[in-house]
Design a protein around this ligand. Structure first.
Ligand SMILES: *Cc1c(COP(=O)(O)O)cnc(C)c1O
Length: 396
């Protein structure tokens, strides 16, 4: 179908929830996407950190095909081997002594975390504890309760009334001020993905962990974006040297097959019927995730991932230094990186020009250009992407 007809069909029949760019990609290979005219784009966004092993990954495609022709789904009423294996692998590779529940998205994984927090608060303490502290500029999802957990009031318009029990802290240092005798948990991202790529300070995070342990308040880390080697470790929590009570993850876990996971050291918090999901953890998504973890843990072990992170970061830092009149700072962790752009008009212009030069870069917060390349991106693809970025800066 040609692009114009497809655009019209999309406008006529799909609800308008996205500020879409009406390009029509038809094929992908590694960090390259090809449109319907055969033009190639260097993808520095990976479908928002989802395509962790790149596009058209043969191993992932084989794993999905092999599983799909046997069984896609049986339901959680029966044993699911790849689900059990995936849970074991997440625990082994992270080193966290936890159990795992599988859902289908980041928001759903966070819903699971919120339920864990509420049940924990119900059962531990002199009185029922129900308040969950989240941070300004956070993002935790689009369901009614994860939207309320997202401390950005502009996103709350229209959709109330919301569930009670969410309290917002200005930043990490403000969290202890918000703790009361009804607080059961703190939910936070270690590097805020949508709120401008800002890694929190390691010492401050560790300090907060200590305070929360003392007060028997759960530390819940939303690793929907930072998780699955995006930070350079399986979880950013490991890079921060902390042991959260709950970790949620999703985006990169199955390389594009929908999946979410919530892990907790409260191994017996749920009993049958407390929580569940029809699709969550089925054969298809967990087989895909197992292959993704196999590929990425190997990249980590051989040192390839660390080399790639160093190379990409160096490129971005050089760019920032060279064009300091546009880019005020280079920020990030692992392959989750950002360039602070001097003002939002320049950012919009930069992103549009990057698209024209056929390199896909994302936005984060008000003034950050966000880079989330696939974790298997090659040096050639990185170099080509940066050449195109140079051409677009020449036109800024
Ligand atoms: C993307 C994201 C979510 C929401 O995930 P969905 O799969 O879109 O529901 C939640 N938290 C963080 C940190 C995210 O980046």
């Amino acid at each position: 179908m040609n692009q114009e007809d497809l655009k019209q069909m999309d406008l006529d029949f799909v609800l308008h929830t996205y500020a879409r760019n009406y390009i029509h990609f038809v094929r992908g290979e590694g960090a390259r996407l090809y449109d319907d005219k055969g033009k190639d784009y260097i993808d520095f966004g990976s479908g928002i950190a989802v395509c962790s092993v790149g596009h058209g990954n043969k191993r992932l495609a084989e794993a999905i095909y092999h599983q799909a022709k046997n069984l896609i789904h049986t339901s959680n009423l029966y044993l699911i081997e790849p689900q059990a294996r995936l849970a074991k692998r997440l625990v082994e590779l992270s080193g966290y002594d936890m159990r795992v529940f599988f859902a289908n998205s980041g928001a759903e994984a966070n819903e699971g975390a919120l339920k864990i927090a509420r049940k924990f608060g119900e059962e531990n303490g002199e009185q029922k504890r129900y308040q969950i502290i989240t941070l300004d500029s956070s993002f935790h999802g689009r369901t009614i309760s994860t939207l309320k957990a997202t401390a950005q009031s502009k996103m709350h318009q229209y959709f109330g009334p919301f569930p009670d029990g969410f309290v917002y802290a200005k930043d990490l240092s403000d969290v202890p001020n918000k703790i009361s005798n009804v607080t059961c948990a703190v939910l936070l991202e270690l590097v805020q993905g949508e709120g401008g790529i800002t890694p929190f300070d390691k010492k401050e995070v560790q300090n907060l962990e200590r305070i929360l342990k003392e007060k028997n308040v759960l530390l819940m880390v939303d690793e929907v974006q930072t998780g699955i080697y995006r930070s350079g470790k399986l979880f950013a929590s490991q890079a921060y040297g902390i042991t959260p009570d709950v970790i949620t993850t999703a985006k990169g876990l199955a390389g594009g097959v929908p999946i979410g996971a919530v892990m907790t050291n409260l191994k017996d918090i749920f009993v049958p019927s407390d929580h569940g999901s029809t699709f969550g953890g089925n054969f298809l998504s967990t087989s895909a995730a197992l292959e993704v973890l196999e590929i990425l843990s190997n990249e980590k072990q051989t040192g390839e991932l660390d080399k790639r992170i160093a190379y990409f970061t160096q490129k971005l830092q050089d760019l920032q230094k060279h064009y300091a009149e546009f880019f005020t700072q280079e920020v990030g962790l692992g392959l989750m990186r950002g360039l602070r752009v001097r003002d939002s008009e320049t950012l919009t212009k930069f992103l549009n020009l990057a698209f024209e030069e056929r390199v896909l870069v994302l936005k984060s917060g008000k003034n950050t250009a966000r880079f989330l390349p696939s974790l298997t991106i090659t040096q050639e693809e990185i170099d080509e992407g940066f050449r195109r970025i140079e051409s677009c800066i020449a036109r800024l």
